[in-house]
Design a protein around this ligand. Structure first.
Ligand SMILES: *[C@@H]1O[C@H](CO)[C@@H](O)[C@H](O)[C@H]1NC(C)=O
Ligand SMILES: *[C@@H]1O[C@H](CO)[C@@H](O)[C@H](O)[C@H]1NC(C)=O
Ligand SMILES: *[C@@H]1O[C@H](CO)[C@@H](O)[C@H](O)[C@H]1NC(C)=O
Ligand SMILES: *[C@@H]1O[C@H](CO)[C@@H](O)[C@H](O)[C@H]1NC(C)=O
Ligand SMILES: *[C@@H]1O[C@H](CO)[C@@H](O)[C@H](O)[C@H]1NC(C)=O
Ligand SMILES: *[C@@H]1O[C@H](CO)[C@@H](O)[C@H](O)[C@H]1NC(C)=O
Ligand SMILES: *[C@@H]1O[C@H](CO)[C@@H](O)[C@H](O)[C@H]1NC(C)=O
Length: 390
C-alpha cells in the first residue's frame, strides 16, 4: 500500500482536455488543450478534422455533444436553400465519422437534445422549430414541425424583426419543458415535453421587451430553490430573469413565468453600444455570463459580462472582460468552472480564459488558437460553435 504514494506523486499532472468546434466553412474539429507540466502554460492544438454538416456547400452553425453516446449533433444554417442535420461519431480515441444526415428546412441555427432520444432544432429564417427522433437515419424526415410562426404585429426593429425568428432551443432543469426565444416576436415559445413520444405541446409564452430580440436562454435553481429562466436579448443587449412557476411536481400542466428583473450586460446598467449583439448566456455557480458581440469594448476585441446572482436569483453586474477576439458567438464554461472556452467567430479563434470558481471572475487568456479561415464582419463565416468534451 505504502509504495503507491511515491508512485502516484511521480505521475504527471492531468495535462490535456479536449474540445470540439464547428467552423462555418464546413467542418467539425477536435481541439486539444494541453498544459506544459513544467511551466503550466497552456497550448491549443487542432486535431482530427472532418468535413461534415453539409461540408463546404453548407454552413455548420451549431454542435451539441452527447458525451454518453459520444455523438455530435450538427445543424447547418444555410438560408438560401435547405439546411441539414448530421450526426457524427466522436470516439475518445478515434476519428470523427459521419453517422447519418438528413435534409431540413433552412437556417437551423441551434439545437438541443430532449426527452428520451430526440433533438429539437430552431430554424431562424424558416420561422419554425423541427424535432427529430434519434438515432437519426439517413434521409430521415422531421418528427414534427412547430410553426412557421407569424409575426404578432409590427415590432420596433423592422430590419431584424421582419418575421418570427426562433433562435435557440433550451430544456429546463426538470427536463419537462422546452423553450425557444423568438427574436422576431420578442417572446419565448414554451412547450411541454412528452419524453417518450417526443411530442411538444405549446404553453403560453412570456413576452420580452419590445425590440430587444430574445436569442438564447438558460435556467438555474437559486439557493432558495427558485427556478429562474435568464433570457439574453440580441439587439437590446439585455438579460431578463423570470421565475418559473411549475403547475405541479410531476411536470403535468404548463408553467407560468413571473418577470423578476431586466438588466443590461454593461456596467451601471448602461445601454449596450449601438449595433452590438448579445449572443449566448450561461450560468456557472452563482454567476451568469453573457457574450457581447460587436461592442468593441477592448480595443476592437469584444467582451464577456459576469453577473452575480443572489440567493434568490436576482442579478448584479460584476465585470466586463475581454473575449480575446471579435464576435464571440459561442462560449462554454467547463464543469470544474475554472476555464471558459470562447469561440470568437469573425477572428475565428478559440480563446481559453481563466475563471475563478469562487469569485466567478474571469481572468487572463490561457491560450488562443486561430482555427481555419477568419470570417468577415457580419457574415456567416469563421468559427460557429465550441463545446468541452467532458
Ligand atoms: C509561460 O507563460 C508565461 C506568462 O504567461 C511567459 O512569461 C513564459 O515565457 C511562458 N513560458 C514558456 C516556456 O513558454
Ligand atoms: C445553400 O443552399 C443552396 C441551394 O441548395 C446552395 O446553392 C448553396 O450552395 C448552399 N450553401 C450556401 C453556403 O449557401
Ligand atoms: C426544403 O426547403 C423548402 C423551402 O424552405 C421546404 O419547403 C422543404 O420542406 C424543405 N425540405 C425538407 C426536407 O425539409
Ligand atoms: C432546496 O432543496 C433542497 C433539496 O431539494 C433542500 O435540501 C434545501 O434545504 C432547499 N433549500 C431551501 C432554502 O429551501
Ligand atoms: C436597467 O436596464 C434595463 C434594460 O434597459 C431596464 O429595464 C431596467 O429598468 C434598468 N434598471 C434600473 C434599475 O435602472
Ligand atoms: C447605429 O448603428 C446602425 C447600424 O450600424 C447605424 O445605421 C446607425 O446610424 C447607428 N446609430 C447611431 C445613433 O449611431
Ligand atoms: C484581442 O485578442 C487577441 C487574441 O485573439 C489578442 O492577441 C489581442 O492582444 C487582443 N487585443 C486586445 C486589445 O485586447
Amino acid at each position: 500500500m505504502h509504495t503507491l504514494i511515491p508512485l502516484l506523486s511521480l505521475l504527471p499532472l492531468i495535462t490535456a482536455q479536449n474540445l470540439y468546434i464547428s467552423h462555418y466553412s464546413g467542418y467539425v474539429a477536435k481541439i486539444l488543450l494541453s498544459a506544459d507540466p513544467t511551466t503550466g502554460n497552456y497550448t491549443l492544438t487542432k486535431g482530427d478534422t472532418l468535413q461534415t454538416c453539409g461540408g463546404s456547400n453548407r454552413l455548420p452553425a451549431w454542435i451539441t455533444l452527447d458525451s454518453s453516446s459520444r455523438t455530435i449533433y450538427c445543424t447547418d444554417e444555410n438560408w438560401t436553400g435547405n439546411g441539414s442535420i448530421t450526426t457524427i461519431s466522436a470516439p475518445t480515441d478515434g476519428k470523427l465519422k459521419e453517422l447519418a444526415t438528413a435534409t431540413t428546412p433552412i437556417s437551423g441555427v441551434h439545437n438541443a437534445l430532449y426527452g428520451k432520444g430526440f433533438l429539437a432544432v430552431a430554424h431562424y429564417s424558416a420561422s419554425l422549430i423541427t424535432t427529430w427522433k434519434l438515432p437519426l437515419t439517413n434521409g430521415a424526415k422531421a418528427l414534427s414541425t412547430y410553426g412557421p410562426y407569424s409575426l404578432s404585429g409590427p415590432h420596433p426593429n423592422a430590419n431584424r424583426q421582419d418575421a418570427a425568428h426562433p433562435h435557440g432551443v433550451h430544456v429546463d432543469p426538470t427536463g419537462n419543458f422546452l423553450v425557444s426565444p423568438d427574436l422576431g416576436n420578442d417572446l419565448v415559445h414554451v412547450f411541454a415535453i412528452d419524453a417518450t413520444s417526443g411530442v411538444l405541446s405549446p404553453c403560453s409564452s412570456p413576452n420580452i421587451v419590445a425590440g430587444s430580440g430574445p436569442r438564447h436562454a438558460t435556467f438555474k435553481k437559486s439557493q432558495t430553490n427558485r427556478t429562474v429562466m435568464y433570457v439574453g436579448s440580441e439587439m437590446g443587449g439585455t438579460v431578463t430573469a423570470f421565475e418559473v412557476k411549475y403547475a405541479s411536481e410531476s411536470g403535468a400542466g404548463c408553467p407560468s413565468f413571473n418577470f423578476l428583473q431586466g438588466i443590461s450586460s454593461y456596467p451601471k446598467n448602461a445601454t449596450a453600444p449601438n449595433a452590438s449583439k448579445l449572443a449566448e448566456v450561461h450560468t456557472s455557480g452563482e454567476f451568469l455570463y453573457v457574450a457581447n458581440r460587436v461592442d468593441k469594448s477592448f480595443n476592437g476585441n469584444d467582451s464577456l459580462a459576469t453577473i452575480a446572482l443572489d440567493s434568490t436569483g436576482l442579478m448584479t453586474f460584476k465585470q466586463l472582460t475581454n473575449s480575446y477576439g471579435t464576435y464571440p458567438r459561442t462560449f462554454q464554461i467547463n464543469k470544474a468552472g475554472d476555464k471558459v472556452a470562447v469561440g470568437d467567430q469573425t477572428t475565428a479563434n478559440l480563446a481559453i480564459l481563466e475563471r475563478d470558481p469562487k469569485t466567478g471572475l474571469l481572468g487572463s487568456l490561457l491560450a488562443t488558437l486561430r482555427i481555419g479561415d477568419a470570417g468577415t464582419p457580419e457574415n456567416e463565416n469563421g468559427l460557429s460553435a465550441v463545446v468541452w468534451d467532458e
